[in-house]
Design a binder for this molecule. Structure first.
Ligand SMILES: [Zn+2]
Length: 303
């Protein structure tokens, strides 16, 4: 029996080595015949805290032509996030959710659902101040730290696989970055994410207009990271048709995931922003307390 298992194992390794990296695209999504069963992943290096996204930075993630990475900011949201999760499931698309700490604390069940469905989770501060660059360094750092802590806390009781969905990924509210903060994040091996395009879904426009602007902006650049908001009904309203149209136009979707070992690298940094998942259950709660339980200071006090 052991020999058979060993042979099967060796065959699997050999097969894995020779299969094209994105062979899973050949399989079909059970609810969307035009879609691959799995979203290909793009592994993103985070060591030293690179900043990604052509809208603001010279560097971006390694996407192929007509490849789009969906990202959703500002949730979790009790009205819309689950609608968006259902649509993504139906079309077999995996995305990245940049969550806000206060909402993660308020809706930990939705955080767990996003993780359980296999999406990547980044963070987007504690209370989404739009001008983090105008904060004192100490207040801005607290905003970022508490954002990560709230998401980790929401997942504290979740399985290891779900806790590992928290990536060393950060996005500045309003994309209002600061060199000092990017450097501070970099020392903790946390990557900063901007985008290639948006769809103006934060503006008071119709869902049809969000869809139109999204398609237009993607066509203009050709590949990249798209910013959407899972707080907006107009985004959920147009998302299914948006995905279908992009696929009809020859686009494919990719999921941003941290490079192998990136989480451990971030967790091993001095004064880290995330904790190693495999140690979470063994660590004494006394050392976790400060990280896992942000104080109940009202969000407005920080603004
Ligand atoms: Zn935002």
């Amino acid at each position: 029996m052991k020999t058979v298992l060993a042979v099967v194992g060796i065959l699997a390794v050999l097969l894995g080595a020779y299969l094209p990296a994105r062979a899973e695209e050949a399989a079909t999504c059970p609810t969307d015949a035009t879609a691959p069963a799995e979203t290909p992943v793009v592994r993103v290096p985070t060591e030293g805290g690179p900043a990604y996204g052509g809208m603001q930075y010279p560097r971006t993630v390694n996407l192929g032509p007509k490849e789009v990475a969906l990202t959703f900011d500002d949730g979790p949201n009790p009205e819309n996030t689950r609608r968006i999760l259902a649509i993504l499931d139906r079309h077999c698309v995996k995305a990245t959710f940049f969550m806000v700490g206060i909402y993660a604390e308020k809706h930990p069940d939705i955080v767990r659902e996003v993780a359980a469905r296999g999406h990547t989770i980044g963070t987007h501060t504690w209370s989404h101040p739009n001008n983090l660059r105008h904060f004192s360094m100490a207040s801005a750092q607290s905003q970022i730290r508490r954002g990560f802590a709230a998401v980790e806390s929401a997942l504290a009781s979740a399985p290891v696989e779900s806790r590992a969905r928290v990536a060393p990924f950060f996005r500045f509210p309003g994309l209002n970055d600061s060199g000092h903060l990017i450097s501070w994040l970099g020392k903790r091996n946390i990557a900063t994410f901007s985008c290639e395009f948006g769809a103006d879904d934060w503006r008071a426009i119709s869902s049809a207009e969000v869809r139109r602007r999204g398609l237009r902006n993607i066509a203009y650049v050709g590949r990249g990271i798209l910013i959407l908001h899972d707080t907006k009904p107009r985004t959920a309203d147009m998302l299914s048709s948006f995905i279908i149209t992009l696929r009809q136009q020859g686009y494919t979707f990719a999921q941003l995931v941290p490079q192998e070992g990136a989480r451990d690298l971030a967790a091993a940094a001095p004064d880290p922003l995330i904790r190693p998942v495999h140690k979470a259950e063994k660590e004494p709660s006394a050392t976790l307390g400060a990280v896992l339980k942000p104080s109940l200071e009202p969000a407005t006090a920080l603004q």
